[in-house]
Design a protein around this ligand. Structure first.
Ligand SMILES: Nc1ncnc2c1ncn2[C@@H]1O[C@H](COP(=O)(O)OP(=O)(O)OP(=O)(O)O)[C@@H](O)[C@H]1O
Ligand SMILES: [Mg+2]
Length: 244
C-alpha cells in the first residue's frame, strides 16, 4: 500500500512536482503517464527515498518516508530504466547473492533466495556467466530479480520497458502480472501508451508536475472506445499548451 500525500519538489526555478497525491492499493498496478520532464522519475525517486520532497510525505505500508526511511526502503523494490545496476564482472548468481547479503541475508539464505529467483525468472542457463556478456533483455531479467531479492511488497519501475524488444518487454510485464497476483502495489512509468493501457489497473496522468487525472481502466473501457481513450490520454499528457 502506498499513500502519496501532497508532495512538492522544486529544483531551483523548476517546479518538478506540485501537490501530488494518490494512493496505490495492494494488488494494484498504477501506470504513470507523462511527457518528458513531467515529473515521473522525480516522484519515483522520492518514494524510493533517493530524493527528499520539499513538502508532503509518502506512507509505504504505513511507514512514513520522512520519519522511517529505512523501513520504507525495506518494503520497496526499485528498477530505474536502463540503469540495471548489475556488476558486469560478476555472474548473475554472484550479483544476486551480493544484493541478498546487502539486504541482511546470511550465506545460506542468500544462496537459497538466489536459486529461487533463478528458477522463477528462468535464467539457469546463464546464471553463471558474467553480466557484462548479457543482452539487454537478459540483463533486465536479472535486474528485476535483483530488485526483489528482499521480497518487497511495493514495486517502483521507472520505464522498465525502455529500449527492450517485445520478448524482453514481455518479461517485464509478466513480472507485473505476477506482482498483481501476489498482492503487491506497483507504480510503473512508460512512454508506451499501449503498455500503460494494457498493464495498468489505473492510469495516473502527470503534466508539468501536476496530477491531471486518474483513470480506472476497467471503468474506462466500459464507457469509451479505444480511440476515445487514446485521444483523452494524449490531450491530458500534452496539456493545454495555450494556457501553460
Ligand atoms: N537533479 C535535478 N536538477 C535539476 N532539475 C531536475 C533534476 N531532476 C529533474 N529535474 C527537472 O525536474 C523536471 C521533472 O523531471 P523528471 O526527470 O522527473 O521528468 P520525467 O517525467 O521522468 O521525464 P522523462 O520522461 O524524460 O524521464 C524536469 O523539468 C527536469 O529538468
Ligand atoms: Mg524519467
Amino acid at each position: 500500500m502506498i499513500k502519496i500525500l501532497n508532495i512538492y519538489k522544486n529544483f531551483k526555478k523548476c517546479q518538478a512536482l506540485k501537490d501530488v497525491s494518490f494512493d496505490v492499493n495492494n494488488g494494484e498496478i498504477v501506470g504513470l503517464l507523462g511527457e518528458n520532464g513531467a515529473g515521473k522519475s522525480t516522484l519515483l525517486r522520492i518514494i524510493s527515498t533517493m530524493l527528499k520532497p520539499d513538502q508532503g510525505t509518502v506512507l509505504v505500508n504505513d511507514y512514513d518516508l520522512i520519519a522511517q526511511p529505512r523501513d520504507v526502503r525495506k518494503n520497496i523494490g526499485i528498477l530505474f530504466g536502463s540503469e540495471v545496476g548489475l556488476y558486469e564482472r560478476l555472474t548473475a548468481r554472484e550479483n544476486l547473492e551480493y544484493f541478498a547479503k546487502l539486504n541482511g541475508m546470511d550465506n545460506e539464505k542468500s544462496k537459497n533466495r538466489t536459486n529461487e529467483l533463478i528458477n522463477q525468472f528462468e535464467f539457469k542457463n546463464y546464471a553463471d556467466k558474467p553480466a557484462g556478456t548479457f543482452s539487454k533483455g537478459m540483463k533486465q531479467k536479472v535486474a528485476i530479480a535483483r530488485s526483489i531479492v528482499h521480497d518487497p511488497s511495493v514495486i517502483l519501475f521507472d520505464e522498465p520497458d525502455s529500449g527492450l524488444d517485445f520478448k524482453a518487454a514481455k518479461i517485464v510485464f509478466d513480472f507485473l502480472e505476477f506482482c498483481k497476483k501476489t498482492n503487491k502495489s506497483v507504480i510503473f512509468s512508460s512512454h508506451s501508451m499501449d503498455n500503460i493501457k494494457t498493464f495498468s489497473d489505473r492510469i495516473v496522468v502527470i503534466h508539468k508536475g501536476v496530477i491531471m487525472e486518474s483513470f480506472i481502466m476497467h471503468e474506462c473501457r466500459k464507457k469509451y472506445t479505444d480511440k476515445e481513450i487514446n485521444d483523452m490520454l494524449f490531450n491530458l499528457v500534452c496539456g493545454d499548451d495555450e494556457n501553460d
